[in-house]
Write a protein that binds this ligand. Structure first.
Ligand SMILES: Cc1ncc(COP(=O)(O)O)c(C=O)c1O
Length: 432
């Protein structure tokens, strides 16, 4: 690592302590522990045992007690304020079937922000569509309505709620409708977030979620699509269960709950009963965890307000409920020779927990290389052509100036927030 330059304490009113990364005493004693993640909810163990003994470990298993998958679908639809929820095996699958359910034509263009995880774009390719990467807003790191105006006509936009802020979906939906485009919310990082009272995922035509291990609601792996559109909900069911959907009537003794309806050609993206059992337990504690994270986030924002050189990525006033996946600190003006990786390393050493950079933006990501898969070739060639010479200045600025830490830090207490603020103060003073 490039070590932050040593700055003379004589220029400062307070003497500069040695950074832990340079051998100084860390802000936080290594003996003090951070909250663990994931934490099993009280009913997780009981639910898992129930699945083990029920003799039905998959939704395509024989008759038995009510599936956890169906119970979770109901609970999560209610939680997001949506009429329907179709659980799946991964958040990536949720995006794939959400895009497929729109019945667009092969090669149609889908807008995707460059600042997101790879799945937001690779799902479009998996659905036979062409992702066109767009830049993001400097204040939020999310797409805004102005990003819908591209030189290439698009049919849909995958709008990502990024890190710890939500995108203005109502404005995007309005602008998209005027352009005959559909908005899909990628809410993989925003479970429980609310915009003027409306749940993340419930404002676009479809909303997609991930329940992977790091997410605020996790079953280890898993995903879900929510929608208010009954026809799309049936298509989503078929798309995730080899063209089968749940029977409207209770199944007979020798029947599966899944009927071969085959309105649209599907594949197997079903959520396992084990994942669903854990999720049914974890959702019961989600609001209490959100309360704790929100309280700590606001405390931290107050503490950081008096520290020069850093800003916390802050939700818009319309966001009435925070959903914090990763707390994001932006150091807009880094001194020459200092990178955000230096700051992340220095903070990790002061605090004894991981501070890191955001995922490499998609226009530079080594993971987004569709031309390496021969079956994607025609789309991959168009993808490469389409992106030649495009620039993403805001995404690049955020990615090279921000540092993040996992939401579990915000499950701690006021002392933990003081430690974070003190470490940021120490590091920003040290780097000048
Ligand atoms: C914004 C975003 N979209 C999609 C996904 C994909 O979810 P999964 O890993 O469950 O496939 C993730 C996962 O990190 C994500 O952060």
């Amino acid at each position: 690592m490039t070590q932050p330059p040593r700055v003379s304490g004589a220029r400062r009113s307070r003497p500069l302590p040695e950074l832990a990364v340079n051998g100084g005493t860390p802000v936080r004693s290594p003996r003090r522990r951070w909250p663990e993640w994931p934490v099993p909810a009280p009913n997780a163990d009981r639910n898992l045992r129930e699945v083990l003994s029920a003799g039905r470990w998959a939704i395509s298993g024989p008759q038995g007690p009510e599936l956890f998958e169906r119970r979770f679908g109901r609970a999560f639809a209610a939680y997001t304020g949506s009429r329907y929820c179709v659980p799946v095996d991964h958040g990536s699958s949720a995006l794939v079937i959400a895009l497929e359910s729109l019945r667009l034509d092969h090669g149609d263009v889908v807008l995707v922000p460059a600042l997101t995880w790879i799945a937001s774009a690779s799902a479009a390719l998996r659905a036979g569509l062409l992702p066109l990467l767009v830049d993001v807003d400097p204040a939020t790191g999310c797409m805004t309505a102005e990003h819908l105006d591209t030189d290439v006509p698009a049919r849909a936009a995958v709008v990502v709620h990024w890190a710890n802020v939500m995108a203005d979906v109502p404005a995007l939906v309005k602008a998209a409708a005027a352009r005959d485009m559909v908005v899909i919310e990628d809410a993989a990082q925003a479970h429980g977030g609310r915009w003027e009272g409306r749940g993340a995922g419930s404002m676009g035509r479809l909303g997609c979620f991930s329940f992977q291990d790091r997410k605020v609601l996790t079953g280890g792996e898993g995903g879900a699509v929510v929608t208010d559109d009954g026809a799309l909900a049936v298509a989503l069911e078929e798309l995730r269960a080899d063209s089968r959907s749940y029977r409207p009537e209770p199944a007979g003794p020798d029947e599966l709950e899944l009927a071969e309806t085959a309105g649209i050609h599907g594949a197997n993206f079903c959520m396992s009963e084990f994942n669903a059992a854990v999720l049914c337990a974890q959702i019961e504690v989600l609001e209490e965890e959100h309360d704790r994270r929100e309280r700590n986030f606001r405390l931290l924002a107050g503490l950081l307000a008096s520290i020069d050189g850093v800003r916390l990525l802050t939700p818009a006033p319309e966001q009435t409920r925070l959903a914090i996946y990763e707390a994001t600190f932006i150091f807009d003006e880094l001194p020459p020779g200092v990178t955000n990786q230096d700051i992340a390393t220095a903070l990790s050493a002061e605090l004894g927990r991981g501070f890191y950079l955001t995922d490499t933006p998609l226009h530079r990501s080594p993971l987004l290389r569709p031309w390496t898969k021969p079956t994607l070739k025609p789309l991959a060639d168009r993808f490469a052509d389409l992106h030649r010479g495009r620039r993403y200045p805001v995404t690049d600025h955020i990615a090279t100036h921000c540092v993040q830490t996992h939401h579990s830090a915000l499950l701690g207490d006021a002392t933990d927030m003081n430690d974070i603020a003190e470490a940021i103060d120490k590091v920003t003073r040290a780097i000048g």
